[in-house]
Design a protein around this ligand. Structure first.
Ligand SMILES: Cc1ncc(COP(=O)(O)O)c(C=O)c1O
Length: 393
């Protein structure tokens, strides 16, 4: 039971669970990562689309079971390319879940497309598939489901709707590297998928992203679009004798440095190890917090396995910020997460709170607990102890 006057709580003058803050996330970087970066720098091939980048792309394609992986400098760039490559008429509509990071929408907006927001489930933030059909118009060209917290969206249902209406599916898998949906890795479940390797993600290249697709034509054009509209990739790989490369399209500079390609290779080698540690931390939290009646865990989509990118608890909405402050005073750096798109100034014309009840409810109840592969057993114990203390009034 929550009791705000509990004198044991550090926020009320009691002794904190820990004096050393337990961080919410931290990248797992080891000597192999440092050595890989060092070697790449000493090779002096430091610019984009180098041999380490290509090796990383091959390894990731094999890991996912996908045909093409294109390493780029962010998931935001990957999303922009995923729409750019299709040349949809300006004003065409893209269905985007309301509870996502701005980049899911920016990818379409940068291509002069119109965002149509869909509500999400109140218990996991994933696009509510029953709401999609009612949003489809003659102008709809695409749906962009998102794997919030690393939990795959209901991709069978999304793909079935897309097939029926001839829509393109851009799967925002920024958070879900290593997650499974019905036995298949995310990245293989849509026309095109977009990963992030930002420092907070389950593997990192500092900043970074990837476009993943089985479609040869999409991959071939994105290879040009990410390299300023040139055929430099062919110049670097299979046409060295020509001596120049040609400008064949528009584009931007979205290739990644060879230094970061080397980091990608060494990080990817341990993705299953890192995700495995995350899973055991998550299981420890669930086992030790499941009896607290005032909290729920984020629901995992049926048939899916999470990569445990985020460990979220759903708490009473009216007490969420108080609980966060209490946990922080105890030394556990809990946090809320992004607000629904429509609650932000830039997107506020697109929907109201009443249009998006699931998204608003999920946002208001969500608190994230520390989850990363560097958490010690002692720190995990501190998290459990602090959460239990909050509800022990
Ligand atoms: C769902 C989602 N999509 C896209 C992004 C953008 O990723 P990046 O920082 O690599 O551009 C993020 C970032 O956290 C995200 O959570």
């Amino acid at each position: 039971m929550l009791y705000k006057g509990n004198r044991e709580l550090a926020i009320n003058g009691g002794k904190p669970v820990t004096a050393d803050p337990v961080l919410i996330h931290k990248p797992y970087l080891d000597e192999e990562d440092f050595a890989a970066v060092d070697r790449a720098m000493r090779s002096t091939f430091v610019s984009g689309d180098g041999p380490h980048c290509r090796k990383f792309e091959e390894m990731l394609a094999e890991y996912l079971g996908a045909k093409h992986v294109l390493f780029v400098n962010s998931a935001t760039a990957a999303l922009e390319l995923a729409f750019r490559v299709k040349d949809f008429p300006p004003g065409s509509e893209v269905i985007v879940p309301d509870f996502t990071y701005t980049s899911t929408a920016l990818g379409a907006l940068y291509n002069n497309l119109k965002i149509v927001l869909a509500d999400v489930y109140a218990d996991n933030g994933s696009i509510d598939v029953a709401k999609i059909k009612g949003l489809i118009t003659a102008k709809t060209v695409a749906i962009a489901p998102v794997d919030y917290a690393g939990i795959p969206a209901e991709m069978d249902a999304v793909n079935e709707i897309a097939r029926k209406h001839g829509l393109y599916v851009v799967h925002d898998t920024a958070q879900s590297l290593g997650s499974l949906y019905k036995g298949r890795k995310t990245g293989t479940l849509a026309d095109i998928s977009t990963f992030s390797f930002h420092g907070t993600k389950n593997m990192t290249t500092g900043e970074g992203g990837a476009v993943v697709t089985d479609d040869d034509a999409l991959a071939a054009r994105i290879r040009v679009l990410r390299e300023k509209g040139t055929d430099k990739h062919s110049f670097l790989t299979d046409n060295r004798t020509r001596g120049f490369y040609e400008y064949i399209d528009t584009g931007n500079s979205y290739v990644q440095s060879n230094i970061l390609g080397a980091l990608g290779v060494s990080q990817l080698k341990k993705i299953d190890l890192m995700n495995g540690i995350r899973e055991s931390v998550a299981n420890y939290y669930i086992e030790n917090l499941k009896d607290i009646s005032e909290i729920e865990f984020i629901r995992i989509t049926e048939g899916a396995e999470s990569n445990w990118h985020i460990f979220g608890i759903l708490v009473p909405a009216e007490e969420r910020y108080w609980i966060m402050d209490v946990l922080r005073a105890e030394g556990v750096m809990a946090n809320v997460h992004y607000s629904p798109l429509h609650m932000n100034r830039f997107y506020s014309d697109l929907a109201t709170d009443d249009d998006m009840p699931g998204s608003v409810a999920f946002f208001r109840r969500l608190l994230r607990l520390p989850l990363h592969p560097c958490l010690t057993e002692e720190e995990q114990g501190h998290v459990v102890k602090a959460v239990r203390k909050v509800f022990a009034g």
